[in-house]
Design a binder for this molecule. Structure first.
Ligand code: PLP
Length: 401
């Protein structure tokens, strides 16, 4: 039997679809070799360049998902034996490094505590020691979705420049693009990659990359075998307004609408909304007396919060009760965080009242699972914060308790 009322999908992606996006996709299947494609694709690629904040980067669209985008970034820029620098700061950082390794890269995966970001000073040290410039790329997950940590990509770029190292900078923006400030040009990124199902407010189904002239050059030089994710024929066809094979046509219509929405709201406002909603959630978590996995407030993610449950509690019980009793889906703890952490997604098409309802639901699920939280207190902390924001009072960022 279908549960009545709205399903609260508050996982850190896929996110809820705006009705406008849904309606834009509710149409007959177009001919992907037909006359309407070039105009559609041109608007989509131009809109994406604005969202990536680039003039020099080229946008490439594949059918796929974030994982496919990882593969595309690797097979087009690296050859077997190439040395790569990566940091083990969470499940997705680890998997991205593993993707490079499976294609033959010699990956230096630096172990770090999960809940911290990419340490720019270590990037500097490693690259500085590499006098022969054997590292060909540095991999960074901008927003680590398993831990709720946003790394400082600009600082990584500065470290690479200070070390005078020519490695490419490959950045996963799967859970940050369109929600958290990301600047392809200013931060000297060579490849940025994502899917469609998070900040871009679409169903899953595409892998999107933004590629710098240097990365394009590299893709001509590397001899790695590639076919589906070869970005050279894809880019050549995309520039003409077409695809070398069947694209996710309906998603393109949804993407055009979602980009119009993001750009109409204004990127600055989109980022500010995510920052505000995230802070409301963090205030609630802190009022409950629970720990946020990310310990440095400068690295708090504005798209999700990973909450550590007290010893003796199981985060998956909280998730199960939230789903069964309240029709609220939260993110599970991934990898070694399973059972210890649950994740509240607060990204995409979302506003204050939806966040308040989510916080109320989490509070209730915690109580049902035996975690002693005072009912109403998290909601109140969140409301107080939103009240300050809405009345224009100056507000800061919550500090770890
Ligand atoms: N990178 C990050 C940061 C992610 O959060 C995810 C998925 O959540 C992925 C990569 C993998 O993307 P997908 O599941 O779309 O293949």
């Amino acid at each position: 039997m279908e549960k009545p009322g709205r399903h609260f999908l508050q996982i850190p992606g896929p996110t809820n679809l705006p009705d406008r996006v849904l309606r834009a996709m509710d149409r007959p299947i177009p001919d992907h070799r037909g006359r309407e494609m070039p105009e559609l694709l041109q608007e989509v690629r131009e809109g994406l360049r604005q969202v990536f904040q680039t003039r020099s980067g080229e946008v490439v669209l594949f059918p796929g998902s974030g994982t496919g985008a990882w593969e595309a970034s690797v097979v087009n820029t690296l050859e077997p034996g190439d040395r790569v620098l990566a940091f083990d700061i969470g499940q997705f950082s680890r998997l991205y490094a593993d993707c490079a390794r499976r294609f033959g890269a010699d990956v230096d995966l630096v172990p770090r505590r999960w809940g911290t970001g990419v340490p720019a000073e270590v990037v500097y040290d490693r690259l500085r020691e590499d006098r022969e410039h054997r590292y060909r790329a540095v991999l960074v997950v901008h927003n680590e979705t398993s831990t709720g940590v946003t790394s400082d990509v600009a600082a990584v770029r500065r470290a690479m420049d200070a070390a005078g190292h020519p490695a490419l900078l490959l950045v996963d923006v799967v859970s940050s693009l369109g929600s958290i400030d990301f600047r392809f040009d200013d931060w000297g990124v060579d490849v940025a990659l994502c899917g469609t199902q998070k900040g871009l407010m679409l169903p899953p189904g595409m892998a999107i990359l933004c590629v710098s002239p240097r990365a394009l050059q590299r893709s001509e030089e590397v001899r790695s075998p590639r076919y589906f994710f070869d970005w050279r024929p894809m880019l050549a066809e995309n520039r003409r307004g077409y695809f070398p094979y069947t694209p996710a046509t309906l998603l393109l219509y949804g993407l055009r609408e979602a980009l119009r929405m993001l750009l109409d709201e204004g990127l600055e406002n989109v980022f500010a909304r995510h920052a505000r909603l995230a802070e409301g959630v963090r205030r609630a978590v802190q009022r409950w007396g629970l720990r946020i996995l990310c310990e440095d407030p400068r690295e708090y993610s504005n798209t999700l919060t990973a909450v550590v449950v007290p010893d003796g509690s199981n985060a998956d019980t909280v998730l199960r009760l939230a789903e069964e009793q309240l029709h609220l889906s939260l993110g599970t703890g991934l990898g070694e965080l399973r059972g210890r952490v649950f994740r509240i997604g607060h990204l995409g098409w979302l506003n204050e009242l939806e966040v308040l309802a989510t916080v109320a639901g989490v509070e209730l699920a915690l109580r049902l699972s035996g975690v002693p939280v005072p009912l109403g207190e998290g909601v109140r902390a969140c409301q107080e914060f939103f009240a300050d924001c809405l009345s224009g009072r100056p507000v800061g960022t919550a500090r770890p308790s």
